[in-house]
Design a protein around this ligand. Structure first.
Ligand SMILES: NC(=O)c1ccc[n+]([C@@H]2O[C@H](COP(=O)([O-])OP(=O)(O)OC[C@H]3O[C@@H](n4cnc5c(N)ncnc54)[C@H](OP(=O)(O)O)[C@@H]3O)[C@@H](O)[C@H]2O)c1
Length: 155
């Protein structure tokens, strides 16, 4: 799983680990501890070259949260390209994998709530902003180095 400590990745790592997956995630060095806390069994540095060169062997599935040129590497990481999924770049479909655009589904949200109640899912809040500072919240997210979620509070 790439970008594994971002707003999406931090959830995805926890969910995959709770389902029994051996999760290998990428993050910058300052976030390696957080990635282990989320349940990753192995941590790779996203600045240390292609993931395929850091793996000790092929993996069963890839979740790409980066897109763009980074998508040249997953076919070299995985046993079967059909097991590449991504939420950033629709080109994943043309590669033989699966692009996913997430929409809230009641059943899925109930399952996530159950996992949260069971202590299997934590929400990492990087920072909270009041509504009138929403522009700053967007700027922080656009910087690309947030760990977890940025919250806008309504009173
Ligand atoms: N299709 C959908 O339904 C859907 C839904 C939600 C989000 N998305 C997309 O999913 C992507 C991820 O969203 P997000 O909210 O999780 O992002 P995010 O929270 O902004 O991601 C920030 C994290 O990304 C890490 N990072 C930056 N560049 C990286 C790289 N090349 N490799 C690995 N890690 C990297 C940063 O680590 P460092 O600080 O260490 O660099 C930071 O921890 C976005 O493109 C978003 O648009 C799609």
């Amino acid at each position: 799983m790439t970008r594994a400590v971002g707003g999406v990745g931090f959830f995805a790592v926890q969910i995959a680990a709770a389902l029994g997956a051996h999760v290998i995630g990428t993050a910058g060095p300052r976030n390696h501890g957080s990635l282990c806390d989320a349940g990753a069994a192995e941590v790779l540095d996203h600045a240390a070259g292609p993931v395929s060169g850091q793996l000790t062997g092929p993996v069963d599935a890839v979740l790409d949260l980066v897109g763009g040129p980074a998508l040249e590497d997953p076919p070299k990481q995985v046993r079967d390209v059909a097991r590449i999924a991504g939420v950033v770049d629709p080109v994943v479909d043309a590669m033989g994998g699966r692009y996913v655009f997430v929409r809230p589904e009641r059943h899925d949200l109930e399952e996530l709530a159950r996992m949260a109640d069971a202590g299997q899912l934590r929400v990492a809040i990087a920072r909270a902003f009041p509504l009138e500072r929403t522009a700053e919240a967007h700027e922080l997210v656009a910087g690309g180095h947030v760990r977890g979620k940025v919250v806008v509070t309504l009173r």
